[in-house]
Design a binder for this molecule. Structure first.
Ligand SMILES: Nc1ncnc2c1ncn2[C@@H]1O[C@H](COP(=O)(O)OP(=O)(O)O)[C@@H](O)[C@H]1O
Ligand SMILES: [Mg+2]
Length: 336
């Protein structure tokens, strides 16, 4: 239960097996009078308890925005984000949000976000200071984490005096310091070699097994997708697919389950769209095997040839292709 000045809100915990539930989360960037970017367009999903959930998608698809929104660092334009105790983080006042985050969430940022004038060990200690953990416990935990991550010899160095990979490990140690139940990690293995990536993920797994910690990790690293129990696929701010284990990042079509999302949208794979050759209207029938889509009429091929260049980057586009192989932009299927 929590209250603001005007009302007291009774909150219900989520079902036992859930660590987080996001419902129809939108985020729009851009101030009034500016061009707006709708970075998240109604994203809904659950993170299970003790789950390592991955998230993949091209650059600019909304991964970082989603992680920041879930952690309460960005206020979503619309939607709800429930934590396991039933708290909707989007409804908390700012100072309550800080407090809630400190106790419940660990965050590994894409940019490490370390405090530049504090040593590595002081950076890691900071979240424990904020929850008033006593000094000896703080020191013990810092040592433990720094040793596991192989950065103990760097403890007195400031962030700018250590390498990118070491900064990343400091940032991971800081995220793990308070043993949070939920960890968001944005490209956590981006700056480190394969061996360190494996070490970091082993550490994540250990914490998951010991403490029931859940993870949402956005990454393009095959080591991370091998490690994830489930992977969500985001494109243009919409969740379009879900993958179980054994993903081949170079052939996502082979492992993708299509998602019909909370708003009844389904995004067909590029390959399917090419096969359908750009027709706009379909009839649908339920068959014994599932849904059958049939183009209402054949596309007028003389019109199709008019899509020649990507409107975003200008690359040549072969006939019958509806996304740009160079920049990934979707091409309009409406030919004028
Ligand atoms: N601070 C910002 N202001 C305006 N637009 C932004 C800002 N941050 C991100 N965007 C835009 O939002 C979209 C999603 O970005 P982001 O969440 O960073 O994607 P990803 O992490 O998948 O690369 C992109 O179109 C990006 O240009
Ligand atoms: Mg990003």
């Amino acid at each position: 239960m929590y209250s603001d000045k005007t009302k007291t809100i009774q909150i219900e915990p989520l079902p036992e097996d859930l660590a987080l539930q996001a419902i129809d989360v939108y985020h729009v960037y851009g101030l009034e009078h500016q061009n707006k970017v709708v970075a998240l367009k109604g994203v809904s999903f659950d993170i299970k308890r003790s789950e390592i959930l991955g998230i993949i998608g091209p650059s600019g698809s909304g991964k970082s925005t989603l992680l920041l929104s879930l952690g309460g660092m960005l206020k979503p334009s619309a939607g709800q984000i429930f934590y396991s105790d039933g708290t909707d983080i989007t409804k908390l006042a700012e100072e309550k949000q800080f407090e809630y985050r400190r106790h419940n969430i660990g965050y590994v940022f894409q940019e490490q976000n370390l405090i530049p004038y504090l040593s590595a060990e002081k950076n890691i200690e900071m979240p424990m200071r904020l929850v008033n953990l006593n000094r000896s416990k703080r020191k013990q935990r810092v040592k433990e984490l720094m040793e596991i991550l192989g950065i103990w010899h760097r403890r007195t160095h400031s962030p700018k005096r250590i390498s990118g990979g070491e900064q990343q490990r400091v940032s991971i140690a800081r995220a793990l310091a308070n043993n949070p139940r939920l960890i968001f990690a944005d490209e956590p293995t981006g700056n480190v070699d394969t061996e360190t990536s494996t070490q970091i993920l082993e550490l994540f797994k250990e914490l998951k097994e010991d403490m029931g910690t859940s993870y949402l990790i956005c990454s393009h690293d095959p080591i991370v997708s091998d490690f994830s129990e489930r992977t969500l696929e985001i494109r243009d701010g919409i969740l379009i697919g879900e993958h179980l284990q054994d993903i081949d990042l170079t052939d996502l079509d082979s492992s993708r389950f299509l998602v019909i999302d909370n708003q009844n949208r389904i995004t067909l794979p590029e390959k399917a769209i090419s096969e359908l050759r750009g027709s706009l209207l379909y009839t649908w029938t339920m068959t014994e095997d599932g849904l059958l889509l049939k183009p209402l009429r054949k596309l007028d091929e003389s019109k199709e040839s008019k899509i020649k260049n990507c409107t975003t980057c200008g690359a040549d586009i072969p006939k019958g292709v509806y996304s740009c192989s160079r920049c990934g932009a979707k091409l309009t299927r409406v030919v004028r």
